[in-house]
Design a protein. Structure first.
Length: 396
């Protein structure tokens, strides 16, 4: 018999500044990035005995390289936690970090854990190339390497081709479906950079972002304070010759990590801190892979229904910016969401989108924004390649 679910609190949330592809964090292994935010999270709660942590879950979309498949366990050991603390890597592609948070929250709600850490990490700079095993021994011909940085590889020939198009071409389909112009996408991208730059200059990230070990990176590396509509308009389409998606109105490739500390009432007492927010509800949905960017629409509707929260009651919304066209498409399909509360401190177009970390980043961002406001309800949601989406409602 399952007892009434326990309340689940987000006690703290941290992240590294996000580095650009080949940039400041490109020399840092992903397991070290994960260990760094895990260690920083625990250092901020000195009354918590690390041995009390029931599990550590880290989202990671790759796993093929220095993550050693189970980057969470690697982080536990590298961060110096007791060897009795377990760890598991979670993969739901772009949603991996949020999936880790949801699974940790579910374990606490059901009584399987009292204190847990959930987060995500990705080094897209250090993602390896992979070489498939040959069909027979001692092949005489050249063999092909595949990049694991982003997108499809080693595609099953039975998979319909229309489902395996590049993510940018999928975003073009979303833009065409809702008539989203290049100008609208560039204006959205510019706002993302300006909001992120303003948030950093006003110190809004001071309590959230922790420095990566051994690297000097004072803020998110991809933010462009001086960009303009004219500069964005000068960029060429990246996927279709007559398309609207460019490097300027799409999220970049990035490196970074994020981690959250979650607990029930008993764990909260042991930690001795006031929580940032409480987990209210979560939802996962699927959609035609060609329109993966619109996945959050159904996920948001589902989670708001579960949480019994009206869209107008949302104080803040973090909707991951894989592409400007994708976010604008979701908002067009969800006119009940107030655009002015979406990504108030900048989004992934400016901050970056290290795949496994992004879901944890936006969840932590909502928690910190609710804590700063003192009250309210917030929503975090993101699309996932190959046609899925996650959404999470927090309250303060």
């Amino acid at each position: 018999m399952i007892e009434r679910p326990r309340a689940v609190y987000i006690v703290d949330a941290v992240r590294t500044p996000f580095g650009r592809y080949g940039g400041a964090l490109s020399g840092v292994r992903p397991d070290d990035l994960a260990a760094g935010v895990l260690r920083a999270l625990l250092d901020r709660s000195p009354d918590l005995d690390p041995a009390r942590i029931d599990d550590v879950l880290f989202g990671n979309a790759n796993g093929a390289g220095e993550e050693n498949r189970d980057v969470a366990r690697m982080a536990v050991l590298l961060a110096g936690l007791p060897v009795t603390v377990p760890g598991a890597a979670i993969n739901r592609l772009c949603g991996s970090g949020m999936e880790a948070v949801i699974q940790a929250a579910r374990a606490i709600a059901l009584g399987d854990a009292s204190v847990a850490v959930a987060g995500g990490v990705e080094s897209m700079s250090r993602a390896p190339w992979v070489l498939p095993k040959p069909e027979r021994a001692f092949p005489a011909k050249d063999q092909q390497l595949y990049s694991t940085t982003l997108g499809w590889r080693l595609i099953n020939p039975q998979m319909p081709q229309e489902w395996t198009i590049p993510l940018g071409e999928s975003a073009e389909l979303v833009g065409a479906k809702y008539g989203i112009t290049r100008e609208a996408q560039d204006a959205f991208a510019l706002a993302s950079h300006r909001n992120a730059a303003r948030a950093w200059s006003e110190g809004l990230y001071d309590g959230e972002v922790v420095p990566p070990s051994g690297v000097t990176l004072p803020r998110d590396e991809n933010i462009r304070d001086t960009t303009s509509l004219e500069a964005l308009a000068a960029l060429k389409p990246a996927f279709l010759a007559d398309g609207t998606i460019t490097a300027g109105n799409a999220s970049p490739l990035n490196d970074g990590a994020a981690a959250l500390l979650l607990a029930d009432e008993e764990g909260l007492a042991a930690i001795g801190r006031e929580p940032l927010a409480r987990v209210r509800a979560a939802a996962v949905t699927g959609i035609d892979p060609r329109y993966f960017g619109l996945g959050p629409v159904d996920a948001i509707r589902k989670v708001l229904t579960k949480a019994e929260v009206a869209p107008g009651d949302l104080r803040t919304v973090e909707l991951n910016e894989a592409y400007a066209a994708q976010v604008l498409g979701c908002l067009a399909a969800l006119p009940e969401i107030d655009p002015s509360v979406v990504n108030p401190r900048g989004g992934a177009i400016a901050i970056g989108h290290p795949l496994g970390a992004s879901g944890a980043r936006i969840t932590g961002a909502v928690a910190h924004q609710l804590a700063a406001a003192g009250t309210g309800r917030g929503l975090a949601a993101l699309c996932i390649g190959v046609g899925q989406a996650l959404a999470l409602v927090l309250e303060r």
